[in-house]
Design a protein around this ligand. Structure first.
Ligand code: URA
Length: 211
């Protein structure tokens, strides 16, 4: 399947995203908003989860009711640090999802990602994966993370972010034409330090109060 960029324009997400962008938004509020948006993004990106039917008994009658196919439990792979905010929201919505972590930091000079941690469920090859990170900036971290996740052979991968820069999307699509990008906004461009403009600043710093 070809790569798709899916813009999630739900009004609640757009509203919360605007609040997150504001420079005056506190760490506490930023954290709450990112978790809420994580939940809403989780709702949007799981629209295609397969259902099966199960015979159940309501207080009045029996019926064939849809439930999620249990063997299709997702893995949410969070790119540290800022991916944690989206992960928290998604787990609120899907508490039985499995979780993976990938630790990458951007070398401040080269902007190249360096991996320092990687842990995913042992049976990831039987599962669908959502790789989450609020910011798709240069695309370097997202590309590296997805490459690493691909090496574990999951059933499928989606990349989920809040903000994307056109440069990052282009880079990502070039390397991973088979992975869809879900984003709440596509901003104008990157600045000379690899930050998204107008963006929201450093998502990790704003989430953890390390500014
Ligand atoms: N990472 C961030 O946290 N913010 C940006 O603008 C770019 C990358």
């Amino acid at each position: 399947m070809g790569n798709q960029v899916i813009l999630i324009e739900h009004p609640l997400i757009q509203h919360k995203l605007t609040l997150m962008r504001k420079a005056e938004t506190s760490t506490v509020k930023f954290r709450v908003l990112l978790k809420e948006i994580g939940m809403l993004l989780g709702y949007e990106v799981t629209r295609d989860l397969p259902l099966k039917h199960e015979k159940i008994q309501t207080p009045l009658a029996s019926m064939n009711a849809p439930i999620l196919a249990p063997e299709k439990k997702l893995v949410i792979v969070s790119i540290q640090r800022a991916g944690q905010g989206i992960l928290d929201g998604m787990l609120e919505l899907m508490p039985s999802a499995r979780v993976g972590h990938i630790g990458l930091y951007r070398d401040p000079k080269t902007l190249i990602p360096v991996e320092y941690y990687f842990k995913v469920p042992h049976d990831i090859e039987k599962r669908d994966v959502l790789v989450v990170d609020p910011m798709l900036a240069t695309g370097n971290s997202a590309v590296a993370a997805v490459e690493r996740v691909k090496s574990t052979n999951p059933l499928s991968i989606k990349f989920v972010c809040l903000l994307a820069a056109p440069e990052g999307i282009e880079h990502f699509i070039e390397v991973h034409p088979d992975v869809s990008i879900y984003t709440a906004a596509i901003d104008e461009k990157l600045d000379e330090h690899g930050y998204i403009l107008p963006g929201m600043g450093d998502a990790g710093d704003r989430l953890f109060g390390t500014r």
